[in-house]
Design a protein. Sequence first.
Length: 429
Amino acid sequence: MPKVKKIFQAPKGMHDILPDRQPYWEKFRKAVRETAESFGFQRIDTPILEETDLFLRGTGATTDIVTKQMYNLKAKSGHCLSLRPEGTPGVVRAYLEQGMMSWPQPVKLYYFGPMFRYEQPQAGRYRQFYQIGFESLGDQRAVMDAQIIQVCLNLLKNLGLGKIIIQLNSIGCKICRPTFRRSLMDYYRYRKNRICFDCRHRLRENPLRLLDCKDEKCQQTKAQAPIAVDYLCDECRQHFKNVLEFMDELGVSYFLNNNIVRGLDYYTKTVFEFFLEEGGEKISLSSALGGGGRYDDLVEQLGGKATPAVGAALGADRIVGLICQEDLKSFSFAPKVFLVQLGEMAKRKGLRLFEELTEAGIKSAEALSRDSITAQLKIANRLGVQFTLILGQQEALEGTVAIRDMQSGVQETVRQSEIINELKKRFKK
Ligand code: AMP
């Protein structure tokens, strides 16, 4: 037999990251690290392989990701393992296994690593791709949902990616969602012949997914389908209202989109996705840069005690692809200012102030979930910022803020409306 030289190729949908692309990835990783740390998220790395059962019970046994897209293997011991298709179940497993329930809550973690899904490869869709994720476990307050959105937005903004649009929805909780689910099923059952083949399957297995079907045939039926926010219980409605208030407070552009349901089973209450607005045009739905939401039942589902949580994941390949396209050159993420916020009202006002600082191009950091001034100042010191802004209840009421020079320790009170100019003046000196 003649010897045929075989030229190996990377598996379909998987690719090499060549040296010329490495600087972009490196800058991106640096931006992730600095943004995450400035919001008080700590890095976690979990194994790429986990027990298959973790995803069946976590991501959901009827989801596309688990039924169609997982790479499964059997270890010599006979154990069924899977290459992780997403990061959250591994983080929750680690939270439980490592006893993080007894750490001060919320536990705020971030990860960055490869995920694997057996999908049909196309531009921006691979079988091995990288995700950055932010998870906050142990805090049910709407401010945490807002902070998860804010950290993602900040990262995208820091990378100079242009205008980001957030699409938001609430899909309720285990109390109110069943009623919505039933109405949706009743509605679709009578219109079975007007929907695509996949949707007939979704109607049986995963009815909420009917709402994010992209097939032309289903659009008209979908447009008149019941919507989740009409079925929210009082608690979910109040929570959603609070999240929206925080969004307004932050001056974030968002759209309410009843069709955002997310592909995974564990979401409760708030769900959202990030899109890049392309040249001021209508947002292309294929350009989702990431998404996330609340998952208040997942920790319990995986064997822990009931623990509220919220998180998001961003697609690194798409983001780095955009950075390369734009060839954005200069990144500088080290924060110069730290914002200390004491009390509920100060936290609320602080969100807006933080956003104004970012808008003005002043790299800032905060620790929204830390309550004591000592803990917050410790972080400010570690970050080596030049100035700390202190916003307590009194300052929040009076519309002022205390500015402390971290080197000299001198502190002065300034009106909030003047703080940007004051900082700029001091930076010039
Ligand atoms: P998901 O976990 O499906 O919500 O995905 C979050 C983000 O990860 C998406 O918005 C994409 O940016 C990215 N992503 C998901 N699947 C892929 C894939 N197959 N290839 C590349 N990026 C992906």
